[in-house]
Design a binder for this molecule. Structure first.
Ligand SMILES: Nc1nc2c(c(=O)[nH]1)N[C@H]1C(S)=C(S)[C@@H](COP(=O)(O)O)O[C@H]1N2
Ligand SMILES: [Mo]
Length: 201
């Protein structure tokens, strides 16, 4: 692509999406895969989602139990810290807000460490997880997630950079203080707001 092409594309993105596009992001039509390491193999029979830490009583869901929770469909945009944005994604799954009806959080709970099959972790403030468009998703644009994109279950936090949207989620650990997860330990920003360009710290 020539500089002129890049300039024209920026113009087009801005005309199409306006304020929905955070600074220095480019719209892509495909969906890149960004994983540190390999895609974990997951057996649905053994799959569990565990809610633990600052809760009165721990709670674990089997896949069948998780599927029985009330579902929503939410439309949102994806913004990756490496500079691409994928607009108008339709996610289907369970709102984190809905899931949390199944535990009693201790008053100390302030942040969440998201744990994944394969070992990845990322931290998200509790308030950031309680928004109306934050969900644990199993479908994208009308299809089951593919293994590379987080099947069976991934987190989607549309208002933060996409590294916070953990794939292959297996647990939410409630913490009294915000602690860095995997990429946050390696210099990614502790919160990651794309509109403030909180990329690295
Ligand atoms: N478990 C896990 N979740 C992850 C990652 C990862 O390596 N492992 N990468 C993160 C990063 S850096 C990005 S940009 C998005 C990429 O999601 P995608 O591969 O579906 O595009 O997933 C995030 N969630
Ligand atoms: Mo990323």
């Amino acid at each position: 692509m020539s500089l002129f092409d890049i300039y024209r594309r920026r113009q087009r993105d801005r005309e199409l999406y306006g304020d929905r596009l955070p600074p220095n992001q480019k719209v892509v039509d495909d969906w890149p895969v960004l994983t540190y390491g390999a895609t974990p193999r997951i057996d649905l029979e053994k799959w569990r989602l565990r809610l633990f830490g600052e809760v009165e009583e721990e709670k674990e869901f089997t896949w069948q139990e998780f599927l029985a929770l009330p579902r929503v469909t939410v439309r949102s945009d994806v913004h990756c810290v490496t500079g691409w944005s994928k607009m108008d994604n339709e996610w289907e799954g369970v709102l984190v807000k809905e899931l949390l009806k199944h535990v009693r959080l201790r008053p100390a709970a302030k942040s969440v460490m998201v744990h994944c099959y394969g070992g990845y972790t990322t931290n998200v403030l509790l308030d950031d997880l309680l928004r109306d468009d934050v969900l644990l998703a199993y479908r994208h644009n009308g299809q089951d997630l593919t293994p590379e994109h987080g099947w069976p279950l991934r987190l989607v936090v549309p208002h933060l950079y996409f590294w916070k949207s953990a794939k292959w989620v297996r647990g939410l650990e409630f913490l009294p203080e915000d602690r860095p997860g995997f990429w946050e330990t390696y210099g990614y920003h502790i919160r990651g707001d794309p509109w403030k360009e909180e990329r690295y710290s």
